[in-house]
Design a protein around this ligand. Structure first.
Ligand SMILES: [Zn+2]
Length: 79
């Protein structure tokens, strides 16, 4: 298996991760202090949280909507 290049939870490419990653599988936003920041199984709720976080970080509305849409294809949310 090749190493992951993007977060399994939100699909953010690790190359774009501005933080310090603790996990090989998740980005620094999704996984912090040894645990997943969102531990639930509700994709819609996770998308809402991600969207507001992106907006808070200055991502424009169109990009934030696009990335939020892509989250459903992340390994964590695949059924
Ligand atoms: Zn992530």
């Amino acid at each position: 298996m090749k190493p992951n290049t993007a977060c399994e939870s939100c699909l953010m490419p690790f190359a774009k991760d501005p933080g310090k990653r603790e996990s090989d599988r998740y980005c620094s936003y999704c996984f912090k202090d040894g645990t997943l920041c969102y531990e639930g199984n509700d994709l819609k709720e996770f998308q809402r949280i991600s969207y507001s976080k992106m907006r808070a970080h200055g991502v424009c509305v169109l990009k934030a909507r696009f990335f939020t849409f892509l989250i459903r294809f992340a390994p964590r949310w695949r059924k």
